[in-house]
Design a protein around this ligand. Structure first.
Ligand SMILES: Nc1ncnc2c1ncn2[C@@H]1O[C@H](COP(=O)(O)OP(=O)(O)O)[C@@H](O)[C@H]1O
Ligand SMILES: [Mg+2]
Ligand SMILES: [Zn+2]
Length: 391
């Protein structure tokens, strides 16, 4: 802020405001009808009135900070007064129609013919194998590679994804019947089935038609914008969600997560088989908790892996599914046991962001890069990879 510059014009201020995105909708606030008034006084002080989509918008601090920063950066501005108002029902309904963009309700954008969004469902045979940890880390790894990523937490038993992404207890903003995905500090957006409950402490037995409705709602009533990748954290096993998903997102591809254990591998195979029955392609297997790097040998620079949970589960699932389907289902990666992976999940800061050089993070990033290397809009493309191929 300086007095040597002339007083800025309203156009300059509007141009600066156009650089501010609504944190949920991820589009300029000027395009969304959120800028109500702009006034520039002779002394260079600027008054801006911004309309929030809903009263008590959880992200008003972010908007406040971003608007103030953008406007105060204009030469000649001596002061910024920001007044936050709320859209009227009419304005909100206009925004709703704009965001829907003619898309009919109950239409799932990802299953439309021209959709360029890659959809990956992360499946496992049983719980506790690290399916959610893999999901959130792949999401962040893809975001680090520059992709726009959304995560649907469809795990009716756990819904642990929001906490792992640092947005536990956040409730999504709603613009009429359109739900805004919750933005996370890492840039990926998330919707969890747990957020669709009327009350947080409510216990809902998600089954059959109700579960199907919830899944459709997370896909069609959420304003995802233009995503490069959508990841779904499925509940473990081969139940109702797999069937719903097969019906609503037949183009989704499946990543199976298993541990090296024999028993885990067996149930993971079943999850893969189920996906295939629903005509979804299984693109690969992630073996998690593959080994613990021996602390003594690692300190001496030697590679000694302690096979805490046995060995061979990932290979077994990959081979069995390859034989069964007649196409190559590779092992996409082997993620070691890593204390900072668990700590990162607990703290809402996944390891690929919080400790990117840790071996588990490097491996998860490599899995994401392999998926990403398959390209956008190339569903069903032959991978041409084997577990041993170098990446
Ligand atoms: N590779 C790993 N190293 C250390 N801890 C892990 C690893 N993978 C998962 N965990 C931990 O194991 C627990 C279960 O993982 P989670 O991702 O919630 O599994 P799931 O979604 O399959 O039930 C979590 O506490 C998680 O932090
Ligand atoms: Mg989970
Ligand atoms: Zn050792």
């Amino acid at each position: 802020m300086s007095t040597t510059h002339p007083v800025p014009s309203v156009e300059q201020v509007t141009a600066a405001l156009a650089t501010v995105n609504d944190p949920e909708i991820k589009r300029p606030i000027t395009d969304l009808g959120m800028v109500d008034t702009v006034d520039v006084a002779d002394d260079g002080s600027v008054s801006v009135r911004v309309l929030l989509t809903v009263a008590g918008c959880p992200l008003k601090d972010t908007i406040n900070r971003d608007v103030t920063k953008a406007v105060s950066g204009i030469p000649g501005v001596t002061r910024v007064d920001l007044d936050l108002g709320v859209m009227t029902a009419e304005q909100r309904s206009g925004l709703h129609d704009q965001l829907r963009g003619g898309q009919a309700q109950r239409e799932i954008p990802f299953s439309q013919p021209g959709s360029l969004t890659k959809v990956y469902a992360i499946a496992s045979g049983k719980g506790g194998v690290g399916k959610s940890s893999v999901t959130v880390n792949l999401a962040l790894a893809l975001a680090r590679a520059g992709r726009k990523v959304g995560v649907v937490d469809a795990d009716i038993y756990g819904h642990s994804v929001p906490a792992m992404l640092g947005v536990a207890d956040h409730r999504p903003t709603q613009v009429d019947d359109l739900i805004m995905p919750v933005p996370t500090p890492s840039g990926v957006s998330v919707i969890s089935i747990g957020m669709l409950k009327p009350r947080r402490d409510q216990v809902v037995a998600w089954r059959g038609p109700m579960l199907d409705r919830a899944l459709v709602q997370m896909l069609s009533d959420v304003f995802w914008g233009d995503l490069d990748v959508l990841l779904l954290d499925l509940p473990p096993g081969t139940g109702d969600v797999a069937i719903s998903l097969g019906q609503h997102l037949p183009g989704a591809e499946v990543v199976v997560v298993t541990t090296p254990q024999e028993a885990a591998a067996e149930v993971a195979e079943r999850a893969g088989t189920m996906a295939s029955m629903m005509h979804q392609r299984v693109v690969g297997v992630v073996e998690n908790m593959s080994y613990l790097p021996c602390p003594h040998c690692t300190a001496e620079g030697k590679d000694h892996r302690l096979e805490v949970f046995g060995a061979g589960g990932g290979d077994r699932v990959a081979q069995t599914l390859s034989q069964r389907f007649g196409y190559d289902v590779p092992v996409l990666g082997r993620v070691p046991l890593d204390l900072s992976l668990r700590e990162g999940g607990d703290a809402g800061k996944p390891i690929v962001d919080s400790d990117p050089t840790a071996p588990a993070a490097v491996e998860l990033q490599a899995v994401a890069d392999r998926l990403d290397g398959r390209g956008r809009g190339l569903a069903g493309m032959q991978l041409g990879l084997t577990p041993s191929s170098k990446f």
